[in-house]
Design a binder for this molecule. Structure first.
Ligand code: XMP
Ligand code: MG
Length: 186
């Protein structure tokens, strides 16, 4: 397959096959827990878009879906700590059982903000599903209910995760070469 992005990847952390197998396990777990609860998936844009597409198909249960746009990164590699809603929910979540779908739980700023926001809007329950969890960098006391993979403290891209909105379309999860962001942050 042709790619002009591979040259910026230091190493592959999870292959397409490994991701697929793990996402199916997560979908099965969600089915067991939620199939009789008509849950509402709430995807956190933009990073969730590929994971969410695979996860909802892996879970095969009657459910609905929604998206919220949040931003805490000003195109860099570190969280600014200030979370902004860039696109709000379009439906009423009052009394609903929510499954929040996030690409990576890192400092925890984004999901700590979101969980509070959703409960304040009347959600009955808020479960957090994250593809990746980077516990070494946590600043807020928040944990995922389901985490796909625990990742080391490196900046990862692919399968929805970006650097400066690029690399989201790489089919696996890899570590970006530090030169790629160092050359932009000098
Ligand atoms: P926080 O720090 O708020 O981060 O838990 C959550 C959001 O930050 C983005 N993020 C990353 N994106 N590689 C990425 O491509 C990373 O290593 C990384 N760490 C955090 C991500 O969008 C997530 O929604
Ligand atoms: Mg994100």
């Amino acid at each position: 397959m042709k790619s002009n992005m591979e040259q910026d990847i230091l190493k592959v952390l999870y292959t397409e096959e490994e991701i697929k197998a793990r996402v199916q396990e997560m979908g099965d777990a969600l089915y067991d827990q939620f199939h009789d609860k008509n849950p509402l998936f709430v995807g956190v844009l933009n990073g969730c878009f590929i994971f969410m597409a695979d996860l909802v198909r892996a879970s095969q249960m009657k459910s609905q879906l929604e998206f919220i746009g949040l931003s805490s990164y000003q195109n860099g590699v570190k969280s600014s700590g200030v979370v902004q809603i860039t696109r709000d929910l379009q439906s009423d979540i009052h009394g609903r059982n929510l499954i929040v779908v996030e690409d990576i739980l890192d400092s925890g700023n984004t999901l700590a903000f979101l969980k509070k926001y959703l409960l304040a809007k009347g959600a009955a329950t808020v479960n957090i599903v994250t593809l990746l969890d980077k516990p070494s960098r946590r600043e807020k006391a928040i944990t995922a209910d389901i985490a796909g993979f625990i990742v080391p403290d490196e900046f990862v891209v692919g399968y929805g995760l970006d650097y400066g909105q690029q690399y989201r379309n790489i089919p696996y999860i890899g570590v970006l070469k530090p030169q790629v962001y160092e050359r932009n942050e000098e």
